[in-house]
Each structure stands twice: as structure tokens, then as C-alpha cells.
Design a binder for this molecule. Structure first.
Ligand code: COA
Ligand code: MG
Length: 291
């Protein structure tokens, strides 16, 4: 999935608008964008939205961002939304693989209660929202078959650090957040799950947003979260591999298939060996799935 659009779970208008935004996935939010007094209303609205949106022929993936495991709110969130059969759960403030397993156990119970196939609900974690979470990044590998993606966040991490800001005057992230970003990328690839880049809060700054999408794709992220519908088409454009790149990947795989004894080959004047083949196969594996 290239684009994941956050939609506050207590806004009927934005939920409806989110469906038409062209996002590959909606992150229906019960956490930070919903005030404490609105949590119960948001749970109900989210369940009703899930139930009706699931009936559509063409729809985005539907994930729900629940409240963090240490808030005491997660069970009520899951109880309320489980009948709506979300495709996945976005877990904020995740500390590592043990949190994934904890959530997976909670999901297994709700799946059994709601006649949902065991293991059907996927998990994506926001993996860098506290300083201690950074040290849990290596524990995602092998934690659960439900784990589908890792993403990162600078806003809550800067609050935990007591930092003045997480962006430099030119709009780039300050070094400690770049570290968190890069560690998330490494952790996701190491765990064999999708690396998703964080949000760009300044939603009127299209140039800055494009730059951040291009840098994320360059480094290996395969999607980015959005907070505003206007960001979605830009993400989809930038994270869709161009036809020329797909064609080139097919040629590389074919060239190695035609020369099974060769470790290295020349193609169009370029030396190709195993890492090139792996990269080409990885790109083709994304096609036809969720990109
Ligand atoms: N999902 C769906 N629709 C959205 C949306 C979103 N995330 N953000 C804005 N819209 C809608 C607005 O309701 C508005 O609809 P309208 O034209 O029918 O009135 C339209 O898109 C244009 O919105 P705009 O006026 O540009 O922005 P805004 O001031 O209404 O909203 C935010 C700005 C930041 C409050 C809003 O984008 C938002 O709620 N984003 C998600 C926040 C979130 O979930 N954060 C948690 C993760 S970090
Ligand atoms: Mg947050």
C-alpha cells in the first residue's frame, strides 16, 4: 500500500471524504486526533463506517489506529470495532515485538468472538514514538505473522525527548529524527515487512511534501502516510514504480534466467550481479500485490 490517509474517527464528514480520496488505505483514528470525551462516540462511528465501507465493491484497506497499550483504552477500542472487521490495526507508541504479540493475542480473541478467520487482522506499528521504542526496533523480526508494516513518528518522539522542535528551519528533520527514520527502515526490512514513511504535517507545502516523498522512495520506503486528501495523489504518483523501471526489472530477471551459470552479466552497458537481481525481484514482487 502506497498511501495511508489518517481520518479522525469522530468526523463523519472526513470519513466519507476519505473513502473518495484515492488512498490505498485509511487509518481511522481513535487516538491522538480524537479528544478524550469523544472516544466512545468515535468507536461507534468507526464501527458503523467499517461495516458500510466493507460492502463497497472498490474500497481502500481499512485500518484502525487504537489507543496505545498502556492507556487502558485499547480493549474497549478493539471490542467496539471488531464487529466492523477492520483489515488491520495501527498500534501507536509500540515498544517492540512483545507489544505486537500482546496485540495479536487480543486480536485472536476478537476474531474468535466475531467469526473472523484466525490471523486475518494485520498489524502496523508506529515504532519510534518514545526514546525507549528505538531500542526495541530489532525485536519486530519474527514477532508475528500479523505484522505487515512499520512506520515512524517524530511528533510524539520530540514530546518524549522534551525537544523544542523536530524540524530544522529548512523543513528537514533534525538529526535524531533522521536516525529514528533510518532505524525504522532497517527494522522493517529486517523483519520482512513494509517500511512506511511518516506524515508531513504542513499540508499546504506541496513542494516540501514532494521532496520528502522522493527521499523516502529513494531510500527504500514503499509508502507514506497522509493527513490530508491533497497529499494522497502525490504519494500514489511517487510510490508507483514507473513503467520504465518495471520493464528494466523484467529484463534483468530475464537476463539472469537466460544465463543460469552467470554470476555477473552485462546489460545495456551496465554491470549486473546479485544485488541488482534481488532489487529487480523485489520491485516485481510489489506489483500486483499492494505495490
Ligand atoms: N480525511 C478526509 N477528509 C479530510 C481530511 C482527512 N484527513 N482532511 C481534510 N479533509 C477534508 C475537509 O473536511 C474539507 O472538506 P470540505 O471541503 O467538504 O469542507 C476538505 O478536506 C479540505 O480540508 P481543508 O480545509 O484543507 O483542511 P481542514 O482545515 O478542514 O483540516 C486538518 C485540516 C489537519 C484538521 C485535517 O486535514 C485533518 O483532520 N487531518 C487528519 C488529522 C489526523 O488524523 N491526525 C492524526 C495522525 S497524525
Ligand atoms: Mg501521536
Amino acid at each position: 500500500m502506497r498511501s495511508q490517509l489518517f481520518v479522525p474517527g469522530d468526523s463523519e464528514k472526513k470519513l466519507a471524504k476519505g473513502l473518495d480520496a484515492g488512498a490505498d488505505c485509511l487509518f481511522i483514528d481513535l487516538e491522538d486526533s480524537v479528544a478524550a470525551a469523544n472516544k466512545e462516540a468515535a468507536r461507534k462511528m468507526a464501527r458503523e463506517f467499517l461495516t458500510s465501507a466493507r460492502k463497497l465493491d472498490k474500497r481502500p484497506l481499512l485500518y484502525v489506529r487504537v489507543n496505545a497499550l498502556d492507556t487502558g483504552l485499547t480493549d474497549a477500542d478493539l471490542d467496539a470495532i471488531a464487529p466492523g472487521r477492520p483489515d488491520g490495526i495501527l498500534l501507536p507508541k509500540s515498544q517492540g515485538g512483545a507489544d505486537v504479540q500482546h496485540l495479536a493475542a487480543k486480536l485472536a480473541v476478537r476474531e474468535a468472538e466475531n467469526e473472523i478467520p484466525d490471523g486475518a487482522t494485520q498489524i502496523c506499528c508506529v515504532a519510534t514514538e518514545t526514546a525507549s521504542a528505538i531500542f526495541g526496533l530489532s525485536s519486530y523480526r519474527g514477532s508475528s505473522r500479523r505484522l505487515a508494516a512499520l512506520t515512524w513518528g517524530a511528533e510524539d518522539l520530540s514530546a518524549d525527548l522534551g525537544a523544542e522542535t523536530n524540524r530544522l528551519p529548512d523543513g528537514m528533520h533534525a538529526p535524531v529524527y533522521v536516525l529514528a527514520r533510518n532505524m525504522t527502515l532497517l527494522a522493517a526490512v529486517s523483519a520482512g515487512v513494509q517500511p512506511i514513511d511518516t506524515v508531513y504535517p504542513n499540508f499546504r507545502d506541496e513542494a516540501g511534501f514532494r521532496r520528502e516523498c522522493i527521499e523516502a522512495r529513494r531510500d527504500g520506503f514503499t509508502g507514506k502516510m497522509a493527513i490530508h486528501p491533497a497529499q494522497v495523489p502525490i504519494i500514489n504518483e511517487i510510490f508507483t514504480p514507473p513503467a520504465t523501471e518495471i520493464e528494466r526489472a523484467r529484463k534483468i530477471v530475464q537476463a539472469f534466467a537466460d544465463n543460469p551459470m552467470a554470476g555477473v552479466i552485462g546489460l545495456d552497458g551496465e554491470m549486473l550481479d546479485k544485488p541488482h537481481l534481488e532489487r529487480a525481484k523485489k520491485l516485481l514482487a510489489r506489483l500486483g500485490t499492494a505495490l
